[in-house]
Write a protein that binds this ligand. Structure first.
Ligand code: F0G
Length: 456
């Protein structure tokens, strides 16, 4: 075997990257109130803010778009996609939504009530916000290994079953369902093992609770299972996905990830217990049940994308990409969540800025520094995203200070990753020059998207 793993695609259509200078970027970042979410995308060289909806579609997907049937009700595009989704998930009911958080909102508002509690390995920010907005307590119960960035464990996304059982015993009456997020985005893009999904499902059944999976990155999770979990090495990705879904009673999906599309999402449900109320919320918020906030052409692109997203050569290259950047960071003495996850590398900001006080938001500050140094846009997963401004004016802080570099699917080549590794090493070499930040303005929910900052 050769050492170099090639990108398993050729490029048919290109988008230019606009090169900026450090001096320009300083000005642009200050104009954006030290919040990279407020930058214009054209002012970014490597846009690794998110892997969500940012990937390149294939020629087959673009071709499928022309088959889109835009009928309001009963479009053939819906039925084509439904067949693909039923085949993968084995669930009877497919409910399209315009993206993942819409699936969450529709499901939670149909099924949860104020005072409920939902356990998960780690809730993603929109999942947590949607639950909290509905008055539901969102509880993260990832295994302790999942919170230690430098610790190597094959399935750091696993949920802590002992703590789940404790929670079921203590709060059973408040729990409408259990959730599990594959892969665990908030915890570092870490996979969940098949054994953990199976046991979690069994435990929930014992207490008569359904399992709802957040399956944004189900195919990447399946590839990790294939590589790391004994007994799965000879199974196809589709077979592994089908088994994962067998343990669940339903799922929410942001198709903007492993669905390989720029927009889309869905809910699947195994039985019809919640179906009427879910459809009602869907019609109220998203649209008629055969399009759910999407165009017919979006449904077609997704039907092709879900299958392409399970391609083993693609997934092998995909996981290797993150690992490759991880190896370069390791060589530069930079800490990151280990092993690298599926869709992203999560830099441990404390290893670059060990002396910066938490009140200056080290991960946010590192994020800004990566933009200033190399024009790289990542996202803070730390105390700006997960800390809270309490009514008494005090602040809470997150257990980890991470910067996530998330890779759009089929977009960037190896030289982009080599460049990034150089730029990040440069930030570390000049870490003393990295400036902290202070809030100027923040909102109550999802404050990272809109907050303004000043230099500390
Ligand atoms: N669940 C998980 C695990 C996610 O990662 C996301 C989105 C969602 C739900 C919501 O889906 O964006 O389609 O509404 N994650 C993106 C990210 C935004 O950057 O990780 P959505």
């Amino acid at each position: 075997m050769f050492k170099t793993m090639i990108e398993p695609f050729r490029i048919k259509s290109v988008e230019p990257i606009r090169v900026t200078t450090k001096e320009q970027r300083k000005h642009l970042l200050e104009e954006a109130h030290l919040n990279v979410f407020k930058l214009r995308a054209e002012d970014v060289l490597l846009d690794w803010l998110t892997d969500s909806g940012t990937g390149a579609m294939s020629s087959a997907q673009w071709a499928a778009i022309m088959l889109g049937d835009e009928s309001y009700a009963g479009s053939p595009s819906f039925y084509r996609l439904e067949a693909v989704i039923k085949d993968i998930t084995g669930m009877d009911h497919f409910i399209p939504t315009h993206q993942g958080r819409a699936a969450e909102k529709v499901l939670f508002s149909a099924v949860c009530k104020k005072g409920d509690l939902v356990p998960n390995n780690c809730h993603f920010d929109t999942t947590r916000a949607n639950l909290e907005y509905a008055g539901v307590e969102a509880v993260d119960l990832v295994i302790p290994e999942g919170l230690k960035p430098s610790l190597i464990h094959p399935f750091k996304g696993n949920i802590d079953l002992a703590r789940v059982e404790e929670t079921l015993k203590l709060h059973g009456a408040r729990i409408p369902f259990g959730m599990i997020t594959v892969t665990n985005n908030t915890g570092g893009g870490q996979p969940v093992s098949m054994a953990n999904i199976r046991e979690y499902s069994r435990l929930l059944k014992k207490y008569n609770k359904p399992l709802i999976m957040d399956v944004c990155r189900f195919a990447e999770n399946a590839m990790f299972i294939k590589i790391r979990e004994p007994g799965y090495e000879n199974k196809t990705i589709k077979e592994i996905c089908q088994e994962m879904f067998r343990y669940a009673d339903g799922a929410t999906m942001s198709a903007k990830k492993d669905g390989m599309v720029n927009i889309g999402g869905f809910i699947v449900l195994r039985d019809d217990q919640w179906l009427d109320s879910v459809r009602e919320m869907l019609i109220l918020n998203e649209g008629f049940p055969t399009y759910g906030g999407l165009a017919g052409r979006d449904l077609e692109a997704l039907a092709v994308g879900l299958v392409e997203g399970m391609d083993e050569d693609y997934l092998r290259y995909r996981l290797r990409t993150a690992e490759y950047l991880g190896e370069k960071l390791e060589a530069a003495g930079i800490g990151f969540v280990k092993p690298t996850g599926g869709h992203a590398v999560y830099i441990d900001a404390k290893t670059i800025l060990p002396d910066m006080p938490k009140e200056h938001y080290p991960a946010w500050s590192l994020c800004n520094a990566l933009y200033l140094e190399g024009g790289i846009r990542g996202v803070e997963i730390g105390s700006v995203m997960f800390g809270k401004h309490l009514p008494d004016g005090s602040e809470t802080y997150h257990s980890m200070e991470l910067v996530r570099l998330a890779f759009p699917r089929r977009m960037y080549t190896q030289s982009h990753f080599d460049y990034a590794a150089e730029a990040i090493a440069e930030v570390k070499a000049n870490a003393k020059l990295v400036r902290g930040v202070k809030f100027v303005k923040q909102s109550k929910y999802l404050r990272h998207f809109t907050a303004d900052f000043r230099w500390a």
